[in-house]
Design a protein around this ligand. Structure first.
Ligand code: S3P
Length: 174
C-alpha cells in the first residue's frame, strides 16, 4: 500500500468512523486524525459548544477551513465528521487527497448507534424522520467514495480487515 496515500473515512453519524479509523491506523502504523478533533484543537471549544454558541453554519465554515490543512497530510488515516463530505465539490476534494472509504449501513442501525454514543448536536431535538431525511440527502455524496464497506453485522476488527483487503485489491488493479 502506498505509504504516502491518505485513507479517508466518510459516513453518517454512528457509522463507526472513529473506532474503525483508530484501529486501521494502528494496523498500518499510520497516524489517525479526525476532522472534529482538528476543529476542537484549532477553535478551543468542543463541537457541542460551537454549535450552541454559533450554530451549524459556523461549524460548517470551520470544516471548510480545514481543507488546506488536510491537503498537507501524507499517509494518514483521516475520519471525517458525518456532514463533512456533503457539500458541493467536497467529495472531489477528498478524493484528490487519498482513497476515500464509505462505511455504509442501514439508516436504522446508524441511528440507533448514533443515539447511543456521544453527544451529537445534529440529533438534538430532531424527530427520527428528520434525521432520516438528512441521511438520505447525504447518501449521494457518500456514494461517490472510491470504496464502500457494508458494515452491517460486522465488528470493528472485521470492518478493518475488509478495508485492508479492498485497499490491497485496488492497488493490484490500479
Ligand atoms: C455531524 C457529525 C459529527 C460532527 C458534528 C456534525 C454531522 O461527527 O462532525 O456533530 O453533521 O453529521 P460524527 O459523524 O463523527 O458523529
Amino acid at each position: 500500500m502506498d505509504a504516502g496515500e491518505n485513507i479517508i473515512l466518510v459516513g453518517f453519524m454512528g457509522a463507526g468512523k472513529s473506532s474503525v479509523g483508530r484501529l486501521l491506523a494502528k494496523r498500518l502504523g499510520r497516524c489517525f486524525v479526525e476532522t472534529d478533533d482538528l476543529i476542537v484543537a484549532r477553535d478551543g471549544r468542543s463541537i457541542a459548544e460551537i454549535f450552541r454558541a454559533e450554530g451549524e453554519a459556523r461549524f460548517r465554515q470551520l470544516e471548510a477551513d480545514l481543507l488546506d490543512l488536510l491537503r498537507l497530510k501524507r499517509g494518514d488515516v483521516i475520519a471525517t465528521g458525518g456532514g463533512f463530505p456533503c457539500r458541493e465539490g467536497r467529495m472531489e476534494a477528498l478524493k484528490a487527497m487519498g482513497t476515500v472509504v464509505w462505511l455504509a449501513s442501514e439508516f436504522e442501525a446508524l441511528y440507533a448507534r448514533a443515539l447511543r454514543s456521544g453527544s451529537r448536536p445534529m440529533l438534538e431535538g430532531k424527530p427520527k424522520e428528520e434525521v432520516a431525511a438528512l441521511y438520505h440527502g447525504r447518501e449521494p455524496y457518500y456514494r461517490q467514495a472510491h470504496l464502500v464497506v457494508e458494515t452491517a453485522g460486522l465488528g470493528v476488527d472485521q470492518v478493518v480487515r475488509r478495508i485492508l483487503s479492498l485497499l490491497r485489491q485496488r492497488e493490484r488493479v490500479g
